[in-house]
Design a protein around this ligand. Structure first.
Ligand SMILES: [Zn+2]
Length: 298
């Protein structure tokens, strides 16, 4: 009898930490968003009404899960509101629509600053000399499950969606990148064929952007910050894909195709086509020779 009791107790101790989180998540998912929260969700994704009913349902569900599982911490005196949480959750989960992925499994905490914040860095100079440096940041993504964001810049990206910069999309693209095991500009893609074509297309466009950045030229679509590293390139092209899809598809058709395959959506279904651009002066349309880099080299 005593042995049976021990057995039952042991089973309970083992199963509670597994069953309880699932039970609380099910309860959170069963509760519909309050009307005010739904209004914030719709305002934080300006093309929400263009999503299919199934995509809207997915987004609502993932936002509920995100809010249930992730912890938000206000920094430098910021009080995190429900509207801030929903805005960040909605834009983060936009990257997961129509994909069979988990809701940022490794991520547990979002640290939110009122505006751009200072990060301490150790910079390695010539001869391996390490010097401490201070850098102003809009966002940061860590592979240990933390994301840091500036709320001012989250708001700016939401207000001016088609401006091309969105710090939430950027930092959460880094999270997707790190889920594959390393931050190298290639998220989990599945088949070797997918990695092959991703590598071919992205390494070529990355090299082109580095060349452009070096020459100080701007094609008006991709931010030169993407020339910093393959990881930054993936984060920048993700921002552009979801905010300026028409311009990206027009200038970088193959890159757009790779992102469409990976994200499984076409944001041109959601955002209007911009007016045709002014014709470029002839001297700007000269093509430049570009060295091709292998994606894995970076
Ligand atoms: Zn970045």
């Amino acid at each position: 009898m005593e042995a049976l009791l021990w057995l039952i107790l042991t089973a309970l101790v083992i199963s509670v930490p597994i069953v309880y989180p699932r039970w609380t998540l099910r309860r959170a998912l069963a509760r519909p968003l309050a009307a005010a929260d739904q209004a914030v969700l719709e305002a934080s994704v300006p093309f929400y009404r263009k999503l299919t009913p199934e995509q809207q349902r997915q987004l609502q569900r993932m936002v509920a899960q995100f809010l249930h599982q992730k912890k938000f911490i206000g920094c430098a005196g910021l009080e995190v509101t429900s509207a801030m949480r929903i805005t960040i959750a909605a834009q983060a989960c936009l990257l997961l629509l129509d994909k069979p992925s988990k809701v940022y499994r490794a991520l547990h905490t979002i640290l939110l600053y009122p505006s751009a914040f200072i990060a301490e860095r150790n910079e390695v100079g010539a001869g391996g000399v390490v010097t401490p440096a201070r850098q102003q940041m809009l966002g940061e993504s860590w592979s240990d499950g933390r994301i840091v964001l500036s709320w001012d810049d989250v708001e700016r990206g939401t207000r001016d969606w088609q401006g091309g910069n969105n710090v939430v999309l950027h930092e959460f693209a880094h999270q997707l990148d790190s889920e594959s095991g390393s931050n190298n500009g290639a998220p989990y893609l599945g088949s070797p064929d997918s990695y092959r074509s991703w590598s071919q297309v992205l390494s070529r466009d990355y090299a082109n952007l580095r060349q452009e950045a070096w020459l100080g030229r701007q094609d008006g679509v991709l931010d030169h910050y993407g020339a910093t590293s393959p990881a930054e390139f993936f984060a920048v092209v993700t921002e552009t894909f979801f905010t300026r899809p028409w311009q990206l598809a027009a200038r970088h058709a193959a890159l757009y195709g790779e992102l469409r395959k990976y994200y499984r959506v076409d944001p041109r279904d959601w955002l209007p086509a911009p007016p045709p651009p002014e014709p470029e002066p002839a001297f700007l349309s000269m093509s430049m020779p570009v060295r091709s880099f292998a994606w894995a080299d970076w």
